[in-house]
Design a protein around this ligand. Structure first.
Ligand code: BEZ
Length: 395
């Protein structure tokens, strides 16, 4: 009796296995796959809150466009507000990696926080996609097979702006930036190209992140009388700086230049004070390509507002992940194949198509933009296909 029961059970098990195999052979038929866990670590509070929201919106839009699934695996989000606080980065990243056991970590905005995330990702061999933070080190000396970026290095827009400002025949510049990796590296990139083009940075002013007490610096700039000013600010700090610069009466006398974060996602709030400011960035609202037009329409429909560069970078982070997950048919244990597919992906971005460098950072065009109304209008290209030098990366 017992033997015949065992035989029946064996036959049933074999039949079930055969059915599963048969299902696997039928295109489009999938056994229920576990959800793909995505950990979004972004700022939801503080000066970069709007930036975090734009990235999250962009990422979620790309997921929604794929029916909420990559390679048949439903995307499940886990979120943490990183507060743009580097001191809390390891604990916050570990909440997602160790507690929530995410398949992929996505974040963040602030370079210092991203450095903490990169360490956790390296220690745990977690896949990390950075949709903004430009810390040069992450795709430089700290580059790793499991770490990708869909935004920029701080060097890239800084360098491209320095070239453009030198070409406009300005000879002396004062810089002003928040004193942390993004500000310092943006200024270093600017200075490298500006001085190679014959200019001279005569003073480098800094203030702690996220301070916005700009008045003493504006007074000093007025006294120094440079040909031009270069700054790095973003989010809420960028809105205040642009208004303060105009209110101090400097806008008419000393041209203001910046990496384009100064005027992205901020123009409604900056109003008249921003009109005419020239910046350089790898995206512009009015980029005239079909992909950008479709993206902007879809984003607008979903969120009832216009996207900015941060939304694009979030959207592209999801596109890059999709390229990897689709290549391995959702099997994240095939890490080498996943990484290879992500490394060789050509991302059809609203900024224009781009590929990744060997160090896993976008190789991209740098657009010269001028503020007109609530748009950053493209008026030229500072550098085509600019790759970060990735100094110190050994991949
Ligand atoms: C950064 O911290 O890397 C960063 C923040 C905002 C805009 C651009 C870069």
């Amino acid at each position: 009796m017992r033997d015949s029961q065992a035989t029946v059970r064996t036959l049933l098990t074999r039949a079930a296995a055969a059915t599963l195999l048969a299902l696997a052979a039928i295109p489009g038929a999938h056994a229920q796959q576990p959800k793909l866990k995505v950990g979004l670590m972004l700022p939801a509070t503080g000066t970069f809150a709007t930036v975090g929201t734009a990235i999250s919106n962009g990422f979620r839009l790309a997921v929604a466009e794929q029916g909420g699934k990559f390679a048949g695996r439903e995307i499940e989000f886990f979120t943490v507000d990183d507060e743009s606080d580097p001191a809390k980065a390891p604990e916050n990243a570990n909440k997602l990696v160790k507690r929530d056991q995410v398949d992929v970590l996505v974040g963040t905005v602030h370079s210092g926080v991203a450095m903490g995330m990169a360490k956790v990702a390296r220690d745990n061999n977690t896949l990390l996609i950075i949709p903004n933070a430009g810390a040069d080190e992450i795709t430089g000396p700290l580059c790793a097979p499991n770490i990708f970026r869909t935004s920029f290095t701080n060097w890239q827009p800084g360098y491209a702006t320095g070239k453009m400002v030198a070409e406009r025949k300005h000879r002396t510049v004062v810089t002003l930036a928040w004193k942390y990796a993004a500000g310092e590296q943006s200024v270093a990139g600017f200075k490298e190209a500006f001085e190679a083009g014959g200019g001279k940075v005569i003073k480098e002013l800094t203030l702690p992140f996220p301070n916005v007490e700009f008045q003493p610096f504006l007074t000093e700039i007025a006294a120094l009388k440079p040909d031009a000013v270069y700054v790095f600010f973003s989010g809420g700090g960028a809105v205040k700086f642009v208004k303060d610069y105009a209110a101090a009466g400097l806008k008419a006398s000393i041209p203001l230049y910046a990496a384009g974060f100064l005027t992205d996602g901020t123009l409604e709030a900056q109003g008249d004070a921003a009109q005419g400011i020239m910046t350089v960035l790898h995206y512009a609202d009015a980029l005239d390509n079909p992909r950008n037009r479709t993206f902007r329409a879809a984003y607008n429909k979903a969120y009832k507002m216009d996207p900015d560069v941060f939304a694009v970078q979030g959207y592209d982070a999801a596109q890059l992940l999709d390229a990897g997950v689709t290549a391995v048919r959702g099997d994240m244990s095939r890490r080498a194949d996943l990484v290879k597919a992500m490394e060789t992906a050509r991302i059809d971005s609203p900024r224009g198509p781009f590929v990744l460098s060997k160090a896993h950072n976008p190789v991209q065009d740098m657009y010269v933009r001028r503020v007109e109304g609530t748009d950053n209008k493209v008026i030229g290209i500072a550098i085509k296909g600019l790759a970060d030098p990735a100094r110190g990366c050994r991949l």
